[in-house]
Design a protein around this ligand. Structure first.
Ligand SMILES: Nc1nc2c(ncn2[C@@H]2O[C@H](COP(=O)(O)OP(=O)(O)OP(=O)(O)O)[C@@H](O)[C@H]2O)c(=O)[nH]1
Ligand SMILES: [Mg+2]
Length: 586
């Protein structure tokens, strides 16, 4: 936020009670590092007790090497850990209890029963280099959720928190509790305001949580200030979603895209680390007098980290750009053959992959988990009357999809923008499908896919309530009700796709000699529509509609349309009009 430099600040005054001044709360995380009082400087001297990391740092000289950097991170993390569990913490907590004993509880809604969900440890957030430092922290295990309810009905805030809970579980954590706080605007310093932050701190201590996840994107300074109060790591919705993506990305491109997004997210947050580095150093000098403090990391380190991150990001961008041509070549190929493309888009967990499996035999992973699909899958499908098209499954969207992700996935999402038709899958059994539709459209607009024809596919008909379906149908003219699970409505959807994709539009009358039978079988293939066929002595007489490319190839079989026939049919005229429409769409 502010442009302060992070030189060591050993004598930083704790700025604790009710401070909402953003620069103070944010930039002097050191002050908040020792919230209760100066007693905490002794607490800060504890890290040495935790052993190796401090030694590790000492052993590597003013190091610019990766090892040195890693060691520093280790030290910070160790210090954070010890601060959390240090004996003085308890003391501070008791003080806090007195302090917050009288805070207004009425607005704070206890959302979830305390509950124990699956616990998955050892997430894939192990780091290889400093550039992922933020993510080393994301070993989410026992988490407390917290969100603000700023406007609208409380149910909306609750749904958002429930979704956050599902996201947290997807990331492998055990959700212990969720809080919503009513507040018209976020507190610039601590997001919740320090009184509420204290309450969260109590819950964290009581439940033995190791992470607080905030249902929004926090400013770097807010995150730090909050962390200093609640005494455990704090991550925001964006960080959580990025973590899930990092766990799920499989393809080389997907991985590169996620990594790029993570770095974009991290870059402005590096200052925090720089800050703690400096302050750590300061604390050490004052308290333990060790050699660590005298090394004075800080600006140099931040600059070094930043340079490395920039370099890495540039490389990722190049890599992603280099992967694009392969995909573009495939797409160009499809376009050349005029194969219509249909994209499945929608909110995460709406049933996109299930629908793809229903419409083709894709066998794509279906999971009751958020962001099960990250890598786009393209499959061939055909309409009931045999017109071929491609059907692609895409990454699911979510409320507040991190902009860093939209950016990083732009090249993938552009394919949706270039498709002929979007099947916008909606989970009609969800309590708030309209909010999901809105969230999806926001992302579609961001990638300029909002101009593509869209069918709202109301999925999970087997579980949906009639009045919800009716409500959506009143607003959305172009809907179809299906259940990817039971197959209900799928035939109707196939028909709808069939009439919505660009059809072969050149009408031709052909006479194909029997010797050229392969031409006839080709016409029976997926890119032509056969209106009639007749076996004559000279060969097969066909009345067809084909795509322009094929029309050029089979021109030589074309025969004149008898006058009486052409008067009654009007194919050519119609096809010209539709050809023109198709041209315009491209
Ligand atoms: N009851 C019911 N459940 C469904 C239906 N379609 C999908 N599901 C379930 O919904 C969950 C999510 O399905 P997916 O197909 O993985 O959803 P997705 O949209 O691809 O999700 P992501 O890839 O994670 O964004 C799974 O548990 C499916 O079994 C349906 O028609 N009815
Ligand atoms: Mg999926």
């Amino acid at each position: 936020m502010t442009e302060n430099h992070h030189t060591p600040e050993p004598a930083d005054t704790p700025d604790f009670t009710e401070s909402t001044d953003p620069p103070a709360a944010g930039d002097s995380a050191a002050g908040a590092d020792q919230p209760a009082d100066t007693a905490h400087s002794a607490d800060d001297a504890q890290p040495a007790e935790t052993g190796q990391p401090a030694d590790a740092v000492q052993s590597d000289d003013a190091g610019q090497s990766d090892d040195a950097v890693d060691a520093v991170i280790e030290r910070i993390l160790a210090a954070e850990g010890s601060r959390r569990s240090g004996p003085l913490d308890t003391q501070a907590r008791e003080l806090q209890q007195e302090h917050t004993g009288f805070t207004e509880d009425d607005e704070q809604l206890d959302l979830f029963e305390r509950r124990s969900l699956r616990r998955v440890e050892g997430l894939s957030t192990e780091l290889e280099d400093i550039t992922e430092v933020e993510y080393r922290q994301l070993r989410l295990e026992r988490v407390v959720l917290a969100g603000l309810w700023m406007a609208g009905p409380v149910e909306e805030a609750e749904h958002s928190l429930r979704e956050l809970s599902a996201l947290a579980e997807t990331a492998g954590s055990t959700v212990l509790e969720g809080f919503i706080q009513k507040r018209s605007l976020p507190d610039p310093g601590t997001y919740f305001g320090s009184g509420k932050a204290e309450q969260i701190r109590h819950a964290v201590a009581e439940l033995g949580a190791d992470t607080v996840i905030v249902d929004s994107e926090l400013a770097p300074s807010q995150r730090r200030a909050l962390e200093d109060i609640v005494k455990v790591k704090v991550i925001d919705r964006t960080g959580l979603i990025l973590d899930i993506f990092a766990q799920h990305a499989k393809s080389r491109e997907g991985k590169a895209q996620v990594e790029l997004a993570q770095m974009e997210y991290m870059l402005p947050r590096l200052r925090g680390w720089g800050g703690s580095l400096s302050r750590q150093a300061g604390g050490q000098v004052g308290a333990a007098g060790g050699g660590i403090g005298s090394r004075g990391p800080g600006e140099t380190q931040i600059e070094l980290d930043r340079r490395r991150i920039h370099k890495r990001m540039a490389k990722l961008r190049r890599d992603i750009a280099a992967m694009k041509p392969a995909r573009e070549a495939k797409r160009a190929n499809r376009r050349r053959h005029a194969v219509p493309s249909v994209a499945i888009a929608g909110y995460t967990n709406a049933g996109k992959s299930s629908l793809l499996n229903r419409l083709t035999d894709a066998g794509v992973l279906v999971e009751n988990a958020l962001f099960a699909t990250l890598d786009p899958t393209v499959r061939r499908a055909s309409t009931p009357d045999g017109i071929g098209y491609t059907l692609s499954d895409t990454v699911g969207f979510v409320r507040q999809l991190p902009t860093q992700l939209v950016e990083a996935f732009r090249s993938t999402l552009e394919e949706v923008a270039e498709s002929d038709l979007i099947l916008h899958v909606v989970d009609a059994s969800h309590p708030e499908p309209e909010a999901q539709i809105r969230a999806v459209r926001e992302v579609l607009t961001e990638v300029e896919a909002h101009l593509v024809d869209e069918i709202i596919v109301l999925n999970k008909a087997d579980m949906a309530e009639d009045h919800v379906i009716e409500r959506i149908r009143r607003r959305e003219p172009h809907t179809v009700l299906v259940s990817a699970r039971t197959g209900e409505g799928i035939d109707e959807l196939r028909q709808l796709i069939s009439s919505s994709i660009p059809r072969p539009n050149v009408a031709m009358e052909l006479l194909v000699p029997y010797a050229d039978g392969d031409v006839v079988s080709r016409l029976h293939g997926e890119d032509a529509e056969i209106l009639s066929s007749q076996y004559l002595a000279e060969g097969t007489r066909l009345s067809v509609r084909v795509r322009p490319e094929l029309a050029a190839e089979i021109e030589k079989y074309r025969v004149a349309v008898p006058a009486d026939e052409s008067a009654t049919r009007g194919d050519v005229a119609v096809s010209d009009a539709s050809a023109q429409r198709d041209e315009e769409r491209r």
